[in-house]
Design a protein around this ligand. Structure first.
Ligand code: HDE
Length: 715
């Protein structure tokens, strides 16, 4: 047998090297047909005479059109809209006491990864800024085989049992009669389902919070959601939950911005990820684990196997064990991002499943769905899905077999093939399932330990800051405001009241409705007399923890402005000295500085130097930026004052609570906007201020103290 070869940190990545064998570069190459024949004309079909009919003989035309006809494959039934990147994972310290997985014991490795982020409900071409859960799927190409951690940006899921997944998705997808609305949960069928399936309420309130509209894919947390198992060399297992913590903190946009961004740049998240990697600002997440000894399985007020529950970090702290860096964009969207097939069933020795009934169902669904999406059970042979190293077994043939297996034998045991490929015992790295003792009745039911549906949504809501709670109330009001059936709205109001009375009162007022006194009976009737859920739900909430810090974005990191986009509003004659000083300070902190001018092309500063304009004001919007800076220069300010769109730009920046810095002469311009009413009393507005203060204000993401007063600015 070959000696074990370690992946050295100096290598780019074994996966990138493997993929490069498949790269095709047409540079300086002749055009050929699919059988390798050189092509002389790809503009005209073969005709009987210049003005005559096209001939069936035209194999060049047929091949070109035939390929075109088949370019599309079915989009993913969920998570259709996504963006992905390559990178690596590094372990900080071995956790061999918990797991024997090479990825968790060998700190010298750089394990190649491919991560795909996605929205759930929308089609492939839908906006990035939909209010939705985000998929956070990571494929680790480890030396022992591929491990897929297919998670989301929220720590809990909508439902507890795989059996309900088609119902959940059918309710949130566009309604079947008119295919409306696209990429939106704000419609009757979704709330009909949610109100009759109260286990959804926890994930739902996360979606209603700012987590549902991230500022960037690089500024989201990731969660494996299910409780998994880590298994060490001695066969001892621990329960584990996986967390991804982003280096840039967890930040979001507001709903109004999301709506505007969807119009101004519906690829906002995709572009942001691509540009950051392209510019060498590689997104990073630390991997954390929450570990629970098997003997503590029943210690908590919730069931570890229930995927609608999180373990508060106050109860089990997150231990950081490594980091993921994404440092390379795909070469080809279709071949990589579209054809990548994640399978929660892809695990390696040292990691194992639990009996979470949602996870168990996923183990079937993902392999199955690839058949209709990718068309062949050989999808694992696609370059992006191939594990590192060759694969030998007795599985053969089928559509699109890309390998050429040699030899007479395709069965086991055999002597004619020398007994190969041979089986591996545990000590040789063969996967062995964790031996879990199970004594049970075969039963179609839900465990009563899954039936508390209100305690954790309430804990989440209590843990949010005032501004976050306000956004949740606005989100519920918007979503329910879009429902047309009043009984559904009322059922939801009643359920929100079980989470928090003030919250439901606010939403009811916005809807012009009353919170009903009791809706328990109609809900149970609708669920059906025999349904297992009815037996347990909904239960009164418990309060086992007042609040949990990690649940609020107001406790995230505010220590960096890396890759934040700063709009510099300028025209001919702007002050080079002031601009240069600010630009240098911002770029030192790795922010991206974009000049926005009254027109495209170039502008000249007061030192007569030419500067490239990044966008004309006619082609961009303030919602695409994190902050605004206006350099001095009387001529420039006069010119900007003539264009009302600059005033709108400033008012919007103000309204969405972003940092604003102007040099002295720029005051003339901000005094034409609503900023004049805020400038003397706002921690994120600077007139002739210090660059360092402006930078701290940008790092703070938003100045929410301004929100109440600024909310009525008309833009
Ligand atoms: Fe998925 N899910 N899911 N899901 N899911 C898919 O698989 C499914 C669930 C998640 O970027 C599909 O290859 C069932 C939980 C992500 O390619 C499909 C159930 C979590 C992605 C599928 C769940 C997820 C998917 C569609 C309930 C978070 C995108 C295309 C039992 C822990 C992966 C595909 C990518 C994709 C089924 C529940 C996350 C249909 C049946 C829980 C991030 O197989």
């Amino acid at each position: 047998m070959c000696a074990k070869k370690k992946t050295s940190k100096k290598e780019t990545s074994k996966k990138i090297d493997q993929l490069s064998n498949y790269h095709l570069d047409g540079k300086d190459q002749p055009m050929k047909t699919r059988q390798g024949l050189k092509v002389n004309d790809t503009h005209n079909s073969l005709k009987a005479g210049e003005r005559g009919p096209t001939l069936l003989e035209d194999f060049l035309l047929r091949e070109k059109i035939h390929n075109f006809d088949h370019e599309r494959i079915p989009e993913r039934i969920v998570h259709a809209r996504g963006s992905a990147a390559h990178g690596y994972f590094e372990l900080y310290e071995s956790i061999e006491d918990l797991s024997k997985a090479g990825i968790f014991t060998d700190t010298s490795r750089r394990t190649p990864v491919f991560a795909r982020f996605s929205t759930v409900a929308g089609s492939k071409g839908s906006t990035d800024l939909a209010r939705d859960v985000r998929g956070f799927a990571v494929k680790f190409y480890t030396e022992e085989g591929t491990w897929d951690l297919v998670g989301n940006n929220m720590p809990v899921f909508f439902i507890q049992d795989a059996m309900k997944f088609p119902d959940l998705i059918h309710s949130v997808k566009p309604e079947p009669n008119n295919e409306i609305p696209q990429a939106a949960s704000a419609h009757d069928t979704f709330y009909d389902f949610v109100t009759l399936t109260t286990e959804t309420l926890h994930n739902h309130i996360w979606v209603m919070s700012d987590r549902g509209i991230p500022r960037s894919l690089r500024m989201m947390e990731g969660f494996g959601i299910h409780t998994f198992r880590l298994v060490n060399k001695k066969g001892k297992a621990h329960f584990v939950k996986f967390h991804w913590k982003p280096k840039l903190g967890v930040h979001s946009v507001t709903w109004e911005e999301a709506v505007k961004i969807s119009g101004a740049d519906s690829d906002f998240h995709r572009r942001d990820l691509w540009d950051a990697i392209d510019q060498g600002m590689f997104p990073e997440w630390e991997l954390g684990i929450q570990v629970v000894p098997e003997e503590d399985e029943h210690k908590y007020d919730f069931d570890l196997l229930d995927p609608t529950k999180l373990i508060p970090e106050e109860m089990v702290p997150v231990q950081i064990i490594g980091k993921m860096v994404l440092n390379k964009n795909p070469e080809n969207f279709f071949a990589e991002t579209e054809q990548v097939a994640f399978l929660p069933g892809n695990i390696v020795p040292g990691i194992d499943f639990t009996n979470d009934p949602l996870l168990q169902g996923r183990l079937f669904s993902y392999r199955d769905t690839q058949l209709s999406r990718l068309g062949s059970h050989n999808f694992h042979q696609l370059p992006i899905n191939k594990p590192l190293g060759d694969v030998h077994n007795n599985q053969r043939d089928g559509h699109m077999q890309m390998d050429i297996p040699k030899g007479r034998t395709a069965y086991s045991p055999n002597t004619l093939g020398g007994g190969c490929p041979y089986l591996n015992g545990e000590t040789d790295g063969g996967f062995t399932h964790y031996e879990e003792k199970i004594e049970a009745h075969k039963i179609r039911n839900r465990s009563e330990s899954f039936s508390d549906h209100f305690s954790q949504p309430a804990l989440f809501y209590r843990s949010l800051s005032d501004w976050e709670q306000k956004h949740v109330a606005e989100a519920y009001s918007f979503e329910l405001g879009k429902c047309e059936v009043q009984t559904i709205q009322e059922r939801m109001l009643w359920l929100i009241a079980q989470i928090d009375k003030n919250l439901s009162d606010t939403v009811a007022e916005n809807l012009g409705l009353q919170v009903p006194k009791d809706i328990d009976k109609p809900i149970n009737q609708a669920i059906g007399a025999d349904a297992s859920e009815k037996k347990h739900q909904p239960k009164k909430k418990k309060n086992y923890l007042d609040s949990s810090e990690a649940l609020s974005q107001s406790n995230t990191k505010f220590d960096t402005i890396e890759s934040r986009k700063i709009a510099v509003l300028a025209s001919d004659g702007f002050s080079m000295k002031q601009f240069k000083k600010m630009k240098t300070a911002l770029e030192k902190e790795k922010a991206i500085v974009n000049i926005i001018a009254p027109h495209g092309g170039t502008i000249k500063c007061d030192e007569d130097m030419t500067h490239k304009v990044d966008a004309s004001i006619a082609t961009t919007e303030s919602v695409l930026f994190d902050a605004v800076y206006i350099p001095g220069g009387k001529k420039s300010i006069d010119k900007l004052s003539e264009n009302k769109k600059f005033i709108k730009f400033l008012n919007e920046t103000l309204k969405y609570c972003k940092a604003i810095s102007v040099d002295k002469e720029g005051e003339q311009l901000i005094d034409m906007s609503e900023i004049k009413n805020f400038k003397n009393n706002d921690a994120a507005i600077f007139v002739n201020g210090k660059a360092s203060d402006f930078i701290s204000a940008i790092a703070n993401h938003r100045n929410w103290n301004r929100a109440k007063e600024a909310q009525n600015i008309a833009v």
